[in-house]
Ligand binder design. Structure first.
Ligand code: GTQ
Length: 351
């Protein structure tokens, strides 16, 4: 009992004489005890991240309008940011560390070359004929492909096709901004130089072995074609008993580590009719429906994700995913903050 009472007994700011408080303020000092429980709450962190669902149908309509309202020269990146209301819309955060944006490129447009400290990935949602040039490697963009633009690599986007192309950007921008390390550089247009990592690393379990030359690329694979990730999931579902989830992690094929340093990326398959309860783990998560439909339940909040919808859930919270179809698998792209939490030593799985 005494322990519980402790939480209510700390002194308040108002308990202090105004003259004393004024002296503290003048000297850039603040008392800890009125704020102690706020910054170190009991048992579970305070999370601003709210479970939020962004239906693609709504985003798409407004994004196509942005294409009419704002030429690419006036936007550089024509993006509508998926902002979590719990963080304040202007802060452009899906969660503490994750930024989400839906980007539109129209036929013939070029989003000019730059590089920046935050890491980014693109998950292609719609359209054919676009490409991203990353560190000299030209990556074709097809629906469901994951394309990395890791920290410091030059990148630009172009579009040689006929119809609008739309993709989801996931960046660790909120974290990099918070640490006061976020900036960008402009540069001259890149020439296409290197080979294509997705061809060199086309099969898991075997990796190219340099005999005469050492590979010095920190990010040997930049494009992860959806056709390959989907084939891996379907094969895993056949191989693995029904006990475990059918999930793959996008990894650096040379090291086996997460594809990028701060955020983790995964593809998840829900078997026909499957209900999957993901345990309450410390990282916040983002889900994007690649194929099929999924009922999502996060505490009291429930909704249905149809193709190309995106949602997020706070950390320390169990998430239940139910494939709406009893006959076809459903496929989701997942992003989370697990690599960051592991590196910080704060990762937790509470079951
Ligand atoms: O395509 O390089 O959504 O630099 C935000 C910042 C996309 C990009 C975003 C960026 C980009």
């Amino acid at each position: 009992m005494e322990d519980n009472n402790r939480f209510d007994t700390l002194g308040r700011l108002e308990d202090l004489p105004q003259a004393y408080r004024d002296q503290l303020t003048q000297r850039n000092l603040v008392p800890l005890w009125p704020s102690l429980r706020g910054v170190l709450p009991p048992n579970i962190p305070t999370r601003k991240t709210q479970t939020t669902h962004w239906p693609y149908r709504e985003i798409r309509e407004l994004l196509i309008q942005a294409g009419e309202l704002t030429p690419i020269e006036k936007a550089e990146r024509r993006v509508l940011v998926l902002a979590n209301p719990g963080h304040g819309l202007n802060n452009m955060q899906a969660s503490a560390a994750m930024y989400l944006g839906m980007q539109l490129l129209l036929p013939g447009e070029l989003a000019p070359v730059h590089r920046h400290t935050p890491n980014a990935v693109r998950m292609v949602v719609e359209g054919d004929g676009a490409w991203t040039l990353v560190g000299g490697e030209k990556c074709p963009m097809q629906r469901g492909d994951l394309i990395l633009t890791p920290t410091g690599l030059w990148h630009e986007h172009g579009h040689d096709g006929q119809d609008p192309v739309i993709w989801l950007d996931v960046l660790d921008l909120p974290l990099v901004y918070y640490t006061e390390t976020s900036y960008h550089l402009e540069g001259p247009s890149q020439s296409v130089t290197s080979g294509q990592g997705y061809k060199a690393y086309a099969r898991g379990g075997v990796a190219p072995t340099k005999v005469f030359q050492r590979s010095d690329k920190a990010y040997p694979m930049l494009r992860y074609p959806w056709a390959d990730a989907k084939a891996a999931l379907l094969s895993l579902a056949e191989e693995q008993s029904g006990q475990d989830a059918v999930q793959v992690t996008y990894v650096n094929p040379e090291t086996g580590a997460d594809a990028e340093n701060i955020l983790g990326f995964y593809a998840l398959m829900l078997r026909p009719g499957e209900t999957l309860r993901l345990p309450a783990r410390s990282p916040a998560q983002v889900f994007h429906q690649i194929e099929g439909q999924t009922d999502v339940q996060v505490e009291a909040t429930g909704f249905t994700m149809v193709e190309a919808d995106t949602c997020c859930a706070p950390g320390y919270t169990a998430v239940t995913l139910k494939n709406c179809s009893a006959t076809s698998p459903a496929f989701l792209f997942v992003a989370d903050e697990a690599p960051l939490h592991r590196k910080l030593g704060v990762y937790e799985d509470r079951g």
